[in-house]
Design a protein around this ligand. Structure first.
Ligand SMILES: *Cc1c(COP(=O)(O)O)cnc(C)c1O
Length: 368
């Protein structure tokens, strides 16, 4: 039986970025916000954010989160976040001297429960330094709610690591005054190796984060604020520009794979058998295809079952952060939904040359 791997990342190949590399060889500019980086940022802003607000490239999304939190946090002790996320979310807040405070997610969207968040904010008062929601699995969050937090003086940094390319009708993300952090890691939909961006509707905020990616230097190259080296090189910008050239096609392919999964999902009657999909609005650029196994079962059973059929699946993000050694002791609300979802979550393969037959085989193997 032919193995179906979980991921087979496909970053653009040399023919697509050769002409950008030639520019680097000619200019002999290799980093420090060079011409390719400037063009990469300008095109992202134009093609994905209608030239509203501003964007800055960062060496990876973890550094992007760390710098955005460091620039935005108010005095206080806690960073409120879901436990059902990647360790980069709590880690970036700990590096900023904050303590994670876990808020449970809801059973439908698998994102932080906003009612519970509201109650927790009331309880913590001035002790809440920042809110760091995760736009689970490439979805988008209700920015109206999070904008209202910013108006109340509560900083919001959204971990949107896997959401680049996802579009959302009826929501204008360019008005958002908080920070949104996207990852360009090779395994993400906009994969370039390592890299990411921070976007905000607030230009002044992006200006400060840009300064922070370059040792906090001001115009005179004097350190004027807290900073580090969070820049990307011109080589990374070259791969980024070449990826922008083909990204609309990549989005189309990933959306199509999502439709194949939905078709197989109804063909094999998984809903009737107790399986559940994420309730998500907007068009998702799938990084992988997440779903919940029936409540009476556990995801591990299916991981093993599919492995026996030569299919690799994962269980992102299980164990959730509060069950990992580094993050075990932090305070939390009750985490009933987080426990339930992480017990049932399965992440199914998505990569750009997977075939409809392979998707069909994966879903059939779940239902058998
Ligand atoms: C991938 C990911 C990150 C980290 O992104 P890097 O660019 O690898 O630092 C952070 N948060 C979430 C939810 C992710 O999926």
């Amino acid at each position: 039986m032919e193995l179906i791997p979980f991921l087979k990342p496909k970053v653009v190949t040399r023919p697509y970025y050769q002409r950008y590399l030639d520019e680097i060889d000619a200019s002999r500019l290799y980093t420090n916000n060079g011409p390719l980086n400037k063009r990469f940022e300008a095109r992202i802003l134009q093609e994905y954010f209608r030239c509203e607000g501003d964007v800055v490239t960062v060496s990876n999304a973890t550094i992007g989160l760390l710098l955005a939190i460091s620039q935005m946090k108010r005095p206080g002790k806690y960073a409120l976040m879901p436990s059902f996320t990647f360790p980069a979310t709590p880690l970036s807040t700990i590096w900023c001297g904050l303590e994670p405070y876990y808020v449970d997610i809801d059973m439908d969207r698998w994102c932080m429960d906003e009612d519970l968040l509201e109650m927790t904010l009331k309880k913590l008062g001035d002790e809440a330094a920042v809110v760091v929601p995760y736009a689970t699995f490439g979805t988008q969050l209700d920015l109206n709610y999070y904008s209202s937090l910013i108006k109340r003086g509560i900083p919001v940094v959204i971990d949107a690591a896997s959401s680049f390319g996802t579009t959302m009708e009826q929501q204008d993300i360019t008005r958002f005054e908080g920070a949104m952090v996207y990852s360009f890691h090779a395994t993400k939909s906009f994969g370039i190796g390592e890299g990411g961006i921070v976007y905000s509707g607030n230009r002044e905020l992006i200006q400060r984060i840009r300064c922070a990616t370059n040792f906090g230097f001001n115009e005179e190259r004097v350190s004027s604020q807290l900073g580090l080296n969070g820049k990307i090189s011109e080589y990374t910008a070259a791969i980024g520009l070449a990826t922008l050239d083909v990204f609309s096609e990549k989005i189309r392919i990933r959306e199509k794979i999502g439709e194949w999964y939905k078709k197989a999902w109804s063909d094999y009657k998984l809903e009737e058998a107790g399986w559940r999909l994420q309730a998500a609005t907007g068009k998702i650029t799938y990084q992988f295809y997440p779903l919940l196994c029936p409540p009476e079962q556990e995801n591990i059973y299916y991981v093993n079952k599919l492995r026996a059929s030569a299919i690799q699946v994962r269980t992102y993000f299980s164990p959730p952060c509060h069950r990992q050694e580094m993050f075990r002791l932090h305070p939390r609300t009750s985490l009933t939904a987080t426990e339930e979802i992480s017990r049932r979550i399965l992440s199914l393969p998505v990569w750009e040359d997977i075939s409809q037959e392979q998707v069909d085989r994966i879903v059939r193997s779940l239902g058998e």
